[in-house]
Design a binder for this molecule. Structure first.
Ligand code: IPE
Length: 262
């Protein structure tokens, strides 16, 4: 469904909004400046809507790791606890967005996404309604019902699904790295920065999967778009730990981050 207004999907990575290896540690200063950058952009572009999604960082991922190591699976107790942890992080973020002057509304993904027969299902009617009324919906990586079990739905997947279903042609992945490199920059000091590339070229890059993150790496984040068959989508990867970057990307500056064309 094509929206009648311009819309951008923004995924704030868990490593940007939290310190990933420190349980329940929110990056207060960063969330503050990100919120005010989003507010500045929206004030200057009143006809554009933003759809925000944030990751789990040291809230969701920690909770899941704990269950997996003790119970070996996501059980009912683990689901409750993880969804609660994600809501805590979400509440903090939404509060900062309100303080910055935005009009966010939380949409807990476990209430609109589920899996049936291994296939991801969703009900996006209300979300579209909130967007149309001028809200900034805020979703997040969450736990969902998957037939007879429970599983994690990554915020990255949500970003791709929303871009595809709402015909949005720009996704901004706000991460803790400057953009895309030809190798994992956290492992290889000689990794070369890539300004733009086409999605088909992704397979030529080499990345290692972080063993901490239960939902995968940068590569997974980007190749998922191919899986969902998105077309005419521009993905921008930007380092949100640098003040001003997200605003620059939103106003179309090509001086920061990497652009991947799908
Ligand atoms: C994970 O969401 C959510 C849970 C672990 C419940 P994401 O996969 O989007 O989180 P980040 O961005 O990697 O932290």
């Amino acid at each position: 469904m094509k929206l009648s207004y311009a819309c951008r999907v923004i995924k704030l990575g868990g490593s940007v909004v939290t310190v990933k290896d420190k349980p329940m540690s929110v990056r207060h200063d960063i969330i503050k400046y990100l919120s005010s950058e989003l507010a500045s952009f929206l004030n200057e572009h009143p006809n554009v809507r933003l759809l925000l999604i944030h990751g789990g960082g040291s809230f969701g991922h920690f909770s899941i790791k704990k269950c997996l190591s003790s119970v070996g699976a996501i059980d009912v107790k683990c689901f409750s606890h993880t969804s609660y942890m994600m809501m805590l992080l979400n509440t903090y973020l939404v509060n900062e967005l309100i303080e910055a002057g935005l009009t966010p509304v939380s949409i807990p993904p476990h209430t609109i996404f589920w899996k049936e027969g291994g296939k991801l299902k969703y009900e996006l009617g209300l979300l579209k309604e909130y967007l149309a009324k001028g809200f900034t919906p805020v979703l997040y990586g969450d736990v969902i019902i998957s037939d007879n079990v429970f599983e994690v739905l990554s915020g990255d997947t949500i970003a791709w699904v929303l871009a595809k279903e709402l015909d949005v042609n720009e996704i901004v992945f706000v991460t803790d790295v400057d953009g895309l490199f030809d190798k994992d920059p956290k492992v290889h000091s000689d990794a070369k920065f890539i300004e733009t590339l086409r999605a088909e070229e992704l397979k030529d890059l080499k990345f290692s999967t972080s063993d901490y993150d239960v939902t995968g790496s940068m590569m997974l984040k980007l190749t998922e778009g191919l899986k969902y068959g998105v077309k005419d989508v521009r993905v921008r990867i930007v380092n949100g730990l640098v003040k001003g970057n997200v605003y620059k990307v939103l106003v179309g500056s090509s001086t920061v981050g990497t652009v991947v064309e799908y």
